[in-house]
Design a protein around this ligand. Structure first.
Ligand SMILES: [Zn+2]
Ligand SMILES: [Zn+2]
Length: 278
């Protein structure tokens, strides 16, 4: 297995890997966070915050290992955000492991609900959006806070703006920009759950099935999204990049790329990125 793939777009850098039923963990090292933790890979161990989409093992099994590694290296305990229904069972797992190891761990499990806002630093925060899976699940969006000159003052000379400020007028407005959205496993309904998801600069979304080997119905039955549901909606997704993750292990990375190349209309090819899982 590779240590993970790196990909970046404008100033945003990502590192991780994602394959349906096997592993999903995608980190943004500069924000010291990861979306899901797979089995707890080395590139995750020094991060401070972890945003779990749901409790399936391919997304969350690494939690105890990350906690133990942080303890061993005398790091601050990590913060793990997760659906509220996952807090208690994961806590029990940790209690059992404490018994096995005869050692007490420090960790922070925080339950989230839709629309919660979690500060990351003074310029950005995470906002939670609902997704639709077989168990409680959420997606996460990184928002940036930008100060921008109010539209009515655009085009004014610097001196005029200074004058307005002297008169006590507020010339700036605050903008909240959705920059990175991430879904774990979900049916396509998440696209309509919150407007900001479709407007994010970068959207990581699951596309478990890519061709006729599985039908839309079968994908939905397991709480997943089929490429056939994504293609008709590409026009209305305003993101600069849509990163497809969590493809089924029945496709090799090479085959997945070939299918996507064949099936994605030319006008959207630039917009779509395939994130490999091996
Ligand atoms: Zn999964
Ligand atoms: Zn799942």
């Amino acid at each position: 297995m590779q240590a993970g793939e790196s990909w970046d777009h404008s100033k945003y850098k990502f590192h991780g890997l994602s394959l349906s039923g096997i592993r999903t963990a995608i980190a943004m090292p500069e924000l010291s966070l990861s979306f899901d933790v797979a089995q707890g890979y080395p590139f995750l161990l020094n991060l401070k915050q972890f945003f779990l989409t749901h409790g399936h093992l391919d997304h969350a099994a690494g939690v105890p290992y990350i906690i133990s590694q942080k303890a061993m290296n005398s790091q601050e305990p990590g913060k793990f955000y997760m659906p509220s229904s996952l807090v208690e069972p994961l806590d029990q797992i940790m209690k059992i492991w404490e018994k096995i190891e005869d050692h007490q761990y420090k960790y922070d499990f925080i339950g989230v609900k839709a629309d919660d806002e979690i500060p990351l630093n003074p310029q950005c925060y995470i906002k939670v959006f609902p997704t639709t899976h077989r168990i409680e699940s959420f997606g996460y969006t990184v928002f940036e806070i930008h100060k921008k000159l109010k539209t009515e003052y655009l085009g004014l000379h610097q001196d005029e703006i200074i004058n307005l400020r002297r008169q006590g007028l507020e010339v700036n407005e605050i903008q909240h920009l959705p920059v990175v959205s991430f879904t774990g496993d979900t049916q396509i309904e998440f696209l309509d759950s919150r407007d900001w998801v479709r407007k994010s600069k970068i959207l990581f979304m699951e596309a478990t099935y890519l061709d006729g080997r599985k039908s839309i119905e079968q994908a939905r039955q397991w709480g997943h999204t089929h490429l056939d549901e994504i293609l008709p909606r590409l026009k209305e997704i305003e993101c600069e990049k849509i990163v497809l993750i969590h493809t089924s292990s029945r496709y090799s990375d090479k085959e997945a790329l070939r299918i996507l190349n064949e099936r994605i209309p030319q006008e959207f090819k630039e917009k779509i990125v395939f994130f490999p899982g091996r």
